[in-house]
Design a protein around this ligand. Structure first.
Ligand SMILES: [Zn+2]
Length: 328
């Protein structure tokens, strides 16, 4: 492959040539739009650190989803902002809560849109942790893994019954994929897909989301259940465990700072891989673009492409609508 016989620049000279040999492409088909749903009517409350993203009531959510579907985005994932919270997070399986209500309406209005329900308790617990609080071996309060499992299964079934075709447990409790799969199957819902947040890191990139979902923990942090950012071999073990428990798709979260993990998961397992490009990734691009420091649209598309190139089949991104429009 030596110069001057080989000149790699030959294939870069025109857009037609570049298009022809491009290895990775981005399409609206790859995108899932995360949306925040609250009670009320006509609500479209912009989230401070996430310009372009809002908390939506069911009616405005419907408008948003119609637009997304029209742009070719195949799926949305819903996060709930309940009116009331309690220690168990019982709002997570309340059929009258914002997410099940939204699912019912969306399933009726947009039957072809894939509806994902994020399954976790932290949006619904008054302490903001992802499961009920028990006592650790040192007498300190700690999330009770095993007590969380039936609650997560209940939440998943409630969302499936309301119209979700995909449930996505994001809590990082051990054994939750199996608990959810068994709960769904026992209720005759073997059709419901599980996308597990298999490798979810305890990341500072989640900052703006916590404002959006009002889900910051009241004490401590989530490092006792989310993964340590230094670990990648452990991510492979988490993925293996979730696949064994019945996950259909495995997710890595966040995306950009963990592209090596996305790549290793895809190479090792060859299963459908999702990557969640989180609120902090979105906020950084938006903030720099607003200052005129970068071309926000190009940086967004390049970032999404890099996540695909690393091996993700599906990308959850707050840029979904904007990107679909640019790609369309
Ligand atoms: Zn959580």
């Amino acid at each position: 492959m030596s110069f001057p016989l080989h000149r790699p620049r030959r294939l870069r000279r025109t857009e037609a040539l570049r298009r022809m040999v491009r290895e990775t492409r981005l399409s609206p088909d790859d995108l899932v739009a995360p949306l925040f749903v609250c009670s009320g009517e006509g609500v479209r409350q912009e989230i401070g650190a996430m310009p372009g993203c809002s908390r939506l009531s069911v009616d405005t959510l419907l408008q948003e989803c119609r637009e997304l579907a029209g742009l070719g985005v195949p799926a949305v994932i819903l996060f709930g902002i309940p009116d009331a919270k309690d220690p168990e997070g019982s709002g997570a399986w309340d059929p009258g809560g914002p997410v099940p209500q939204a699912l019912v309406a969306l399933r009726r209005e947009l039957p072809r849109l894939s509806l994902w329900a994020d399954i976790c308790l932290c949006e619904y617990t008054d302490h903001g942790h992802c499961g009920p609080i028990g006592e650790g071996p040192d007498g300190q309060p700690e999330v009770d893994n095993d007590r969380a499992l039936p609650l997560l299964a209940k939440a998943a079934l409630a969302c499936a019954e309301a119209g979700a075709d995909v449930v996505a447990p994001s809590d990082m409790m051990d054994g939750r994929v199996a608990a959810i799969r068994q709960g769904l199957d026992a209720a005759g819902r073997g059709d419901v897909v599980i996308v597990s947040y298999a490798a979810k890191y305890a990341s500072a990139f989640y900052g703006p989301f916590r404002e959006a979902a009002d889900s910051a923990p009241a004490f401590g942090d989530r490092r006792g259940y989310q993964m340590d950012p230094g670990n990648a071999d452990e991510a492979l073990r988490e993925v293996a465990a979730d696949l064994e428990e019945g996950a259909d798709v495995v997710m890595v979260k966040p995306a950009l700072a963990y592209l090596d993990v996305v790549h290793r998961v895809k190479s090792r397992f060859g299963v459908p891989v999702a990557a969640y490009s989180v609120s902090g990734e979105y906020a950084m691009v938006q903030a720099a673009a607003q200052r005129g420091w970068i071309d926000g649209e190009r940086v967004a598309l390049e970032s999404l492409l890099s996540i695909r190139r690393a091996g993700a089949d599906v990308i959850l991104t707050y840029f979904a609508k904007q990107a679909a429009r640019l790609l369309g």
